[in-house]
Design a protein. Structure first.
Length: 567
């Protein structure tokens, strides 16, 4: 396994590698497609997306991928675990349709019935077409490219009828008191003995779990506790022996809360300094190699960042493991982008939003780096139709995890109707970039004006006791464009813009942090909407899509590193 949790003594096959691939064209009814006689074109690498393949890019349609898994244990059930894929997928094993995935980027697990065969055949249909019925969570107007393929790793787990899948570790205090909740696949019908170890200790705790205490968390104390913090990201391991298998979870002793307009980490206020980051690269799309994840995080660390907003979908578990190890604070959010009232009125959309939000939280639950859950980026939260649904998602996130902050990024701050659902006032704002009213040359003065207006509004709304986070703010620049007039799209204008923003954030105690928009340029519309996006890219990165720094990168680095996250 290339991310936690680990399952020692369990048979787990990584299915990353070469699969057979086929383009099936614009098949009108992918739901009813039968994979009986596919003409395979040749190999494709999984994880990988068709939009990055010379043979398939520029095609939107139905594709198939096939993998044979040999030497499986006859008669044993299995679970196929996908780290994330899109836009739509349907899974067949040995010709039997098992499940359909309509939650792009979210972790997806499918139970595979036992078979007497020792060689199994997996066929995965992938469709990268936008389709409001089949794929209601991903609309063509999203300002990031909709890729078709398997974005992250795939694993085949052989499981017992009853198997221990997760041990959720919650911090009670920084002296090592934790609560552990055990999650099983299958129903506990008789008493089970668990032997529990922390780190490399030989001393174990025995816990007898039975049908009537299964859901009750177990209180334990970590021997030699060391709290997790971005400056000292100490991690602990929990090892649970159960029925011959050993589940290994990694966790951190970390508390997060808000108080008097501040974000409080381990009882100390902290300022969040960082970027929004899309998972994308021109050569790989969202199917990034591990080396790119490490490179991105080293660049962010060198830039003086302690915070990353994983815009705008559930993140790669390998990336979150690295954030745990390298000491970044993370906002992870469910897939969403400018949802409107017709989305709120669509039960299918709403159910899928809740499904993916819960799946995201349950999968990422033990990452100490994650301090905030989000959803529905920039939805019409200024309209009354939004309130019930935003409340539903906030409730779902809190039900899955009461230990972290919950919010969503609003771009309607002066008409916002849902501040009550925000633990953190997360506002996306683009003063000095998108014109509001008259067109002015280099309107940088709008930045301070807008922030002052926001702070005054929060006071008037009676929400100034909540921390105010600039969850997006930024300006575009074309890499290499140096303009004497320092107009929009010049590197100079972007650098001046982010200089003003980061200096204000660092000096103003009323602002708990910033996630600049955005870390690096990313591919967006491939249709005529691109008229507003030079190169069909979102060019607001401080780095270009190949992570080459623009002038702004040095300015942000200078300010973040000379400033302090200590509030
Ligand atoms: C919005 C949106 C981002 C991006 C940004 C922009 O805030 O949340 O995804 O589209 O605007 O570049 O305009």
């Amino acid at each position: 396994m290339n991310h936690f949790p680990h399952y020692r003594n369990r048979t787990v096959f990584s299915l990353d590698g070469l699969w057979d691939a086929a383009s099936l064209g614009e098949h009108p009814e992918p739901e009813s497609f039968s994979p009986g006689n596919i003409q395979w074109d040749g190999p494709a690498a999984i994880p990988g997306v068709v939009d990055a393949l010379p043979d398939y890019r520029k095609q939107r349609g139905l594709f198939a991928f096939r993998k044979r898994v040999s030497s499986t244990t006859a008669g044993k059930p299995a679970v196929l675990k996908f780290g994330g894929l899109g836009l739509w997928a349907k899974l067949f094993v040995d010709g039997q349709a098992l499940a359909t995935c309509r939650t792009p980027y979210a972790p997806w697990e499918v139970e595979v019935p036992a078979s007497e065969k020792s060689e199994r055949e997996i066929i995965l249909l992938i469709d990268n077409r936008f389709d409001a019925q089949r794929v209601p969570l991903f609309d063509p107007y999203f300002d990031f490219y909709g890729y078709g393929g398997v974005y992250r790793s795939v694993e085949w787990h052989e499981v017992e009828k009853l198997s221990l899948e997760r041990a959720v570790v919650s911090t009670v205090d920084l002296k090592g008191k934790v609560q552990v909740e055990f999650r099983f696949r299958g129903k506990i019908t008789e008493e089970l003995e668990l032997r529990i170890f922390f780190d490399d200790d030989q001393q174990s705790t025995t816990h007898r779990i039975s049908p009537d205490n299964a859901g009750k968390p177990l209180k334990l104390t970590v021997p030699s506790p060391r709290p997790w913090h971005p400056e000292h990201p100490h991690l602990h391991q929990l090892k649970v022996h159960c029925q011959g298998e050993i589940l290994i979870e990694r966790f951190g002793l970390r508390k997060i809360e808000t108080k008097n307009g501040k974000i409080i980490l381990n009882d100390q206020p902290i300022k969040l300094l960082g970027y929004n980051r899309h998972e994308a690269h021109p050569q790989f799309g969202p199917a990034l190699p591990l080396s790119q994840l490490v490179q991105d995080l080293q660049i962010l660390r060198q830039t003086g960042c302690n915070f990353i907003r994983g815009s705008h979908y559930p993140q790669d578990q390998r990336f979150l493991d690295l954030c745990d190890e390298m000491g970044f604070l993370v906002w992870e959010e469910a897939l969403g982008w400018q949802a409107h009232p017709e989305h709120f009125a669509n039960p299918d959309f709403c159910d899928l939003q809740e499904t993916q939000t819960r799946a995201m939280v349950r999968t990422s639950i033990n990452h100490p780096s994650i301090i905030m859950w989000g959803f529905l980026n920039e939805c019409d939260s200024h309209l009354p139709e939004s309130e019930d649904f935003i409340g539903r998602l906030a409730k779902a996130a809190k039900e899955e995890d009461s230990s972290r902050l919950v919010t969503f990024a609003s771009n309607h701050p002066f008409e916002e109707r849902n501040y009550r659902h925000m633990d953190v006032l997360a506002i996306n704002a683009y003063p000095g970039w998108y014109p509001e009213g008259e067109h002015k040359e280099r309107p940088l003065e709008e930045i301070e004006e807008r922030i002052d207006r926001l702070l005054a509004h929060f006071k008037k709304e009676g929400v100034a006791h909540k921390p105010f986070l600039l969850s997006e703010i930024g300006a575009g620049a074309i890499y290499g464009w140096r303009d004497e007039l320092e107009a929009h799209w010049s590197e100079q204008y972007q650098a001046s813009y982010l200089d003003l923003v980061t200096k204000r954030v660092l000096r103003d105690p009323s602002i708990c942090g910033v996630a600049l928009w955005q870390f690096c340029d990313g591919r967006t519309y491939a249709d005529t909407r691109a008229l507003g996006r030079p190169r069909a890219f979102n060019n607001k990165g401080s780095f270009d899509e190949y992570r080459r720094p623009k002038l702004a990168a040095a300015v942000v680095r200078q300010n973040f590193r000379s400033g302090s996250a200590k509030v």
